[in-house]
Design a binder for this molecule. Structure first.
Ligand code: AP5
Length: 220
């Protein structure tokens, strides 16, 4: 399965992608996570991306396109992948199409996460993440077993720097301006599934999985 997860910040894309990775063995390719790792490692990409991310702006297409193309060419993506947070602009969608055509591959589904603004604000302000393994928690909806520590590796959980209210509001504006136009782009191609992302995590997962399976099972 080759899937794209698209939606506003805090809609639950990363949570669902992690679940698909665990349950279906599909690699979770998160551009946000790759960029945050580059910042932590102090690489050239990290230095170039840092200021944009800090302010909730999009990192320039040419940087993001390149890291995605390198990642998708890795062997674990040969049988399928979940792109979480990419593409985010029409330019990125075109670059992805070109890359897929060259690799003789296609997309099975583009999943759009629908959620009201007040719900995602609650989700983002209560989100905590593991800086080492990337596991995602929420203080109320998905707390770790031991407060403040990752269930997987015991590392102290942190709040993402771009989860402050003012940055979240700016990220939302950026989403409406640059990423929402992609809805029509993919809807026209018949690849599109809109999910109610306010339902519980396992229900959202089941809805996406059913649709994605029906797409990969289609003839031709
Ligand atoms: P990125 O990391 O991609 O952030 P985002 O798209 O804003 O999405 P989030 O990670 O904030 O939210 P999510 O939808 O994954 O929600 P989550 O599952 O964590 O990007 C960060 C930055 O990197 C960008 O601002 C930009 O600068 C740069 N960047 C990245 N990609 C780029 C690109 N393609 N082009 C240019 N720049 C790019 O869930 C949120 C919370 O809700 C969690 O606490 C979770 O536990 C909880 N939760 C999840 N699902 C449920 C549920 N069903 N019920 C209750 N709680 C739930």
């Amino acid at each position: 399965m080759n899937l794209i997860f698209m939606g506003p910040p805090g809609a639950g894309k990363g949570t669902q992608a992690e679940m698909f990775q665990r349950q279906d063995g599909l690699p979770h390719v998160s551009t946000g996570e790759i960029l945050r790792q580059a910042v932590r490692d102090g690489t050239d990409v990290g230095w170039r991306a840092f200021q944009f991310m800090q302010e909730g702006d999009l990192v320039p297409d040419e940087i993001v396109d390149r890291i995605v193309h390198i990642r998708l060419a890795e062997p674990d993506c040969a049988e399928g992948f979940i792109l979480d947070g990419y593409p985010r602009t029409i330019g990125q969608a075109d670059a992805l199409d070109t890359w897929l055509a060259r690799a003789d591959r296609g997309l099975d589904a583009v999943v759009f996460f629908e959620i009201r603004e007040e719900v995602l604000l609650r989700r983002l302000t209560g989100r905590r993440v593991c800086p080492t393994c990337g596991a995602i928690y929420h203080l109320d909806y998905h707390p770790p077993k031991e407060p403040g520590r990752c269930d997987v590796d015991g590392v102290t959980l942190i709040q993402r720097k771009d989860d402050t209210l003012s940055t979240v509001l700016h990220r939302l504006e950026v989403f409406h301006r640059w990423t929402e136009p992609l809805v029509e782009h993919y809807r026209r191609r018949g690849l599109f599934l809109s999910v109610n992302a306010e339902r519980p995590v396992p229900e959202v997962y089941r809805g996406i999985r059913e649709f994605a399976k029906s797409r990969t099972a289609r003839p031709g």
